[in-house]
Design a binder for this molecule. Structure first.
Ligand code: ATP
Ligand code: MG
Length: 445
């Protein structure tokens, strides 16, 4: 996994460098134009435009090469990418030296751009490779200054910008090169040290993340085993209660019947809780559920029907506005129905008597948007981010409705996201709306 990530980020960096080079080419052309045409500085315009053209072709070739490596297997990709990055950086040094050659050499302050190059290569390459780049820059620039000084190569002065003859002043040339060299190595030293620290930290985070995932897995396995065990004991308790409650072991007086009924009710709630926990944990562990294509509109009607009685008993006006064009959705019918029923039950549960609950569903090209609004107690703004966490119940909900596990919403979020959809909340003290999008043809992850 680490290998793949490393290679993925290498590929990203290589692409980024290509993008950066497009900008650099545009900048070069612009700078030459402005210097010559606006500031009337004499430079070898033609050679510089040709150079920009050469870099353009070279960058286009790199772009194609990188596209090809994207299709390679991971094993080949890592080394190829690193090689491409190193060659790119080296070629850039040559180009920068050539640009300086045609535009005044030592007279051109753009020699500072070598430092940018050093910082970029320090972040992209290994420490050793970065020092190799620094040495290459020092040698190339030094060679340019030396040959210019000795008159071995033609000097193209930046007339109109810098005083003439700088390149023949031995002391100045040597001093300039000395400062250039020390700066280059210092920049590489600083940049590679910072990058090394960041990389170490990144490795630590990755490690910690892996450990957390491992712990999460252990926790899920533990929860799965315990809940499974509890569930079978509960089922046994419930069937005993059913037998007693049905009077099969002799008639019960009113008080006994009431207590058996209460025990039964509690056992049922506990079973529901255990079942939800089991389902959630299983889904988290395997990430798998059965997928079919089914009419989503029917599912909306069924979910609504499931809470209607409860709404009536609380004198809540429950209505729906379902877009008639909503048709097939592919996903887990059971889990989606569970999710909608859960959200609608919450709406009824957290809305005081006489309020309203509305279910809206709109067809939106590739997805269905479902909105469940109520005029209930709302969710305090500072707790909205927490209600999707397992076992979390907002403070106002705990005060108003004692019963609740705080599992319903985390389950809903898991289901919606596994279907490739989104779920979010808007809430105020006057009520809450849950929004969820369900892609019509979701690739269940
Ligand atoms: P359970 O679903 O097991 O009965 P619960 O309803 O408390 O318990 P969730 O459905 O996960 O658990 O909801 C988590 C919390 O989100 C709730 O406790 C409540 O604070 C808040 N909440 C959810 N829906 C609403 C709503 N429609 N209005 C106000 N608060 C809500
Ligand atoms: Mg709930």
């Amino acid at each position: 996994m680490e290998e793949v990530l490393e290679q993925a980020s290498l590929a990203r960096r290589a692409h980024w460098l290509v993008k950066l080079r497009w900008l650099a080419i545009a900048f070069l052309v612009g700078a030459v134009f402005v210097a010559r045409r606006i500031f009337n500085i004499h430079l070898h315009e033609q050679a510089l435009y040709i150079l920009a053209g050469v870099i353009l072709v070279y960058n286009a070739m790199l772009y194609v090469a990188l596209r090809r490596t994207d299709r390679h297997t991971t094993e080949q990709m890592g080394t190829t990418l690193n090689r491409i990055l190193f060659l790119q950086s080296s070629a850039d040094l040559f180009f920068l030296t050539a640009i300086l050659y045609f535009s005044g050499g030592i007279e051109n302050p753009f020699s500072f751009y070598f430092m940018f190059h050093m910082i970029i290569s320090s972040t992209l390459l290994s420490r050793v490779q970065s020092y190799m780049q620094a040495t290459m820059a020092v040698v190339l620039f030094g060679l340019l200054l030396l040959l210019d000084y000795q008159g071995v190569i033609t000097h193209y002065p930046l007339r109109g910008f810098a005083p003439e003859g700088l390149h023949t002043d031995g002391r100045f040339v040597l001093g300039y090169w000395f400062v250039f060299t020390t700066t280059v190595y210092l920049v590489v030293y600083l940049a590679t040290s910072i990058v090394a620290q960041l990389r170490k930290q990144q490795a630590r985070y990755r490690n910690a993340n892996e450990q957390l995932q491992q712990k999460d897995l252990i926790k899920n396995e533990y929860v799965l085993r315990v809940t499974h065990d509890i569930k079978s004991h509960l089922a046994a308790i419930k069937s005993c209660l059913d037998v007693v409650g049905a009077g099969m072991l002799g008639p019960l007086n009113e008080k006994q019947a009431e207590f058996v009924e209460r025990a039964n009710h509690r056992a049922e709630k506990c079973m529901k809780f255990i079942s939800s926990l089991l389902r959630l944990t299983r889904m988290r562990m395997t990430g798998h559920f059965d997928r079919t294509c089914f009419p989503f509109k029917n599912l909306l009607y069924d979910s609504f029907a499931a809470i209607e009685d409860r709404a009536v008993s609380k004198n809540i006006t429950a209505t729906y506005e379902i877009d008639p064009v909503i048709d097939q959705v592919c996903g887990s019918e059971v889990l989606l129905e569970d999710t909608l029923t859960n959200l609608l039950s919450n709406a009824v549960k957290y809305t005081p008597n006489g309020g309203t609950v509305t279910l809206r569903a709109k067809d939106q090209k590739h997805e269905v948007l479902v909105e469940i609004s109520d005029t209930g107690i709302g969710i305090p703004p500072e707790e909205i981010g927490d209600v999707f966490n397992e076992f979390y119940r907002a403070s106002n909900a705990r005060e108003t409705v004692r019963d609740g596990t705080g599992l319903g919403l985390s389950m809903a979020k898991e289901v919606v996201e596994r279907h490739g959809g989104r779920i979010w909340i808007e809430s105020s003290p006057d009520g809450t709306t849950f929004f969820l999008t369900i892609p019509k043809d979701s690739a269940v992850s």
